[in-house]
Design a protein around this ligand. Structure first.
Ligand code: MN
Length: 254
């Protein structure tokens, strides 16, 4: 199983969640919301080849943590994966739009400088603006749009721009999410839990809930869960090739 967007550090007991992921053979991208969380979150993953940590600055925290961009820059050479970053156009965050934009553009410019990164990107109520930014930084790396909730037209634009997508059980529990997922290119899709923020059937999403997304994709594609899992593992290997720090690149279970 693959959970390519999980906030491991925000569960009440991260080591036990990680241990269960290892037991179940889950590959996890452990995203962070602030540069100051990088150190501790990386240490959580340090003994595991299944978990890798991404350096992030979440758009919902952009205003209060903009001063951590210096730390972001200092850590960037250590981080092969970036996230969670992006923009949030929801009414409760609209007043921080200028900060969000400054942070997101800074990150994209820095990723460009270092030759590109794989980036897990938030685009809630801001899909069009996120895509406009990505278009301005074509060499920032590979954009992986997490829990994409834009329009069908914005999805087409994202596909044209070369974006990847991560879909989870929360997104796929609604008709709109399932319709979007059905239009996503199979060779650019991975699963995510977005735990512990997301909920699945009324409970906090756990990394192994990604199997529910696999099951949903199997129905959507008219195929078996085993086939979907094979496609996802192949995708993960492709996305991460050339990044030697993480187990899936060395021992792709395809
Ligand atoms: Mn998230």
């Amino acid at each position: 199983m693959i959970d390519f967007h999980c906030h491991l550090d925000l569960y009440p007991d991260p080591p036990s969640v990680k241990a269960e992921c290892i037991r179940r053979g889950i590959y996890m991208l452990s995203v962070t919301t602030t540069p100051s969380a990088w150190q501790g979150t990386s240490e959580l993953a340090s003994s595991s080849r299944n978990v890798t940590t991404a350096l992030g600055l979440h758009p919902q925290l952009a205003a209060e943590r903009q001063h951590e961009l210096g730390l972001f820059d200092a850590l960037l050479s250590e981080a092969q994966f970036i996230g969670e970053i992006g923009l949030d156009g929801g009414p409760e965050f609209r007043h921080t739009r200028a900060n969000q934009m400054a942070v997101f553009e800074h990150v994209l410019a820095k990723c460009t400088e270092v030759g590109g990164r794989v980036m897990s990107i938030h685009s809630r109520h801001a899909a069009g603006e996120v895509l406009d930014c990505l278009r301005r930084y074509p060499s920032a790396g590979t954009a992986v749009l997490h829990w994409f909730s834009g329009t069908a037209r914005e999805l087409s634009r994202a596909i044209e721009l070369g974006c990847w997508f991560t879909v989870g059980p929360a997104m796929l529990s609604g008709r709109k999410g399932r319709d979007l997922a059905a239009q996503m290119p199979r060779e650019r899709i991975l699963t995510e839990s977005d735990g512990p923020f997301a909920n699945v059937e009324g409970k906090v999403a756990m990394p192994w809930d990604v199997q529910k997304a696999v099951s949903c994709l199997a129905k959507t594609w008219g195929t078996s869960e085993a086939f979907v899992s094979g496609v996802l593992e192949e995708n993960l290997g492709k996305l991460c090739s050339g990044k030697p720090d993480w187990a899936p690149m060395r021992e792709s279970p395809t």
